[in-house]
Design a protein around this ligand. Structure first.
Ligand SMILES: C[S@@+](CC[C@H](N)C(=O)[O-])C[C@H]1O[C@@H](n2cnc3c(N)ncnc32)[C@H](O)[C@@H]1O
Length: 199
């Protein structure tokens, strides 16, 4: 597969002031599944450089609140209702820190986290699953009953077991491919709706 960093979505993001081409993935999936609504509290895991944060902030609006977390620093965003923090989402204290910063339950947890790729497919798959599991652990602690969890992961043998586990905790779990995902990528998104709290 040839790698073309400056594709149509990249140029569109530059033109429209989004920090990443990934912004269009969240726009598309959120519209299709009616995920983020005005006034909601949204947590974005693996948020740098901030494209998803920009979209989530637009959709949640000034009555909502958006909190982004990443290993890397994120340049401040416009809007008092959106804030970014440096955090390793896999750290043992991460869920409690996020819950404290959110000051209450969260309507929507997003994760676009991705590991640094080694090029070794199985190893990369395992590291991506570790991030997915870390995001799921956080979603279980911070989500409102009936809350939504959207995450990126990569296809591979161990994904099925994790998705099966999730179906016990959400009313629906659906896989999605975004139009902005590059051809040949093993990336998929999963939309889990209707969190069943207290299990
Ligand atoms: C594809 S980028 C996210 C792009 C973002 N959604 C956007 O639209 O700008 C993946 C991010 O996951 C972050 N990440 C990977 N492992 C992480 C971890 N353990 N804790 C927090 N962030 C992590 C990386 O630092 C990277 O910034």
């Amino acid at each position: 597969m040839s790698y073309r960093p400056q594709d149509g979505f990249f140029r569109k993001a530059k033109r429209e002031g989004y920090r990443s081409r990934a912004a269009y993935k969240l726009l598309e999936i959120s519209q299709r599944f009616r995920l983020i609504r005005a006034g909601q509290v949204v947590v974005d895991l693996g948020a740098a450089p901030g494209g998803w944060l920009q979209v989530a902030a637009e959709l949640a609006g000034p009555r909502g609140r958006v909190l982004g977390f990443d290993l890397q620093p994120i340049q401040p965003l416009s809007g008092k209702h959106v804030n970014a923090f440096e955090l390793d989402v896999l750290a043992p204290e991460a869920a409690e820190r996020i819950r404290a910063l959110a000051e209450g339950a969260v309507d929507c947890v997003l994760s676009d986290m991705a590991p640094r790729l080694s090029g070794i497919r199985d190893a990369d798959h395992q590291r991506a699953l570790e991030l997915t599991r870390g995001a799921f652990d956080i979603a279980r602690v911070v989500l409102n009953p009936r809350g939504v969890f959207l995450f990126k992961t990569f296809t591979g043998v161990d994904l099925e077991a994790l998705l099966k586990e999730m179906t016990g905790r959400f009313q629906t779990v659906q896989r999605v491919r975004s139009a902005a995902t590059r051809k040949g990528s093993s990336e998929i998104y999963v939309v889990a709706k209707g969190f069943k709290a207290g299990r």
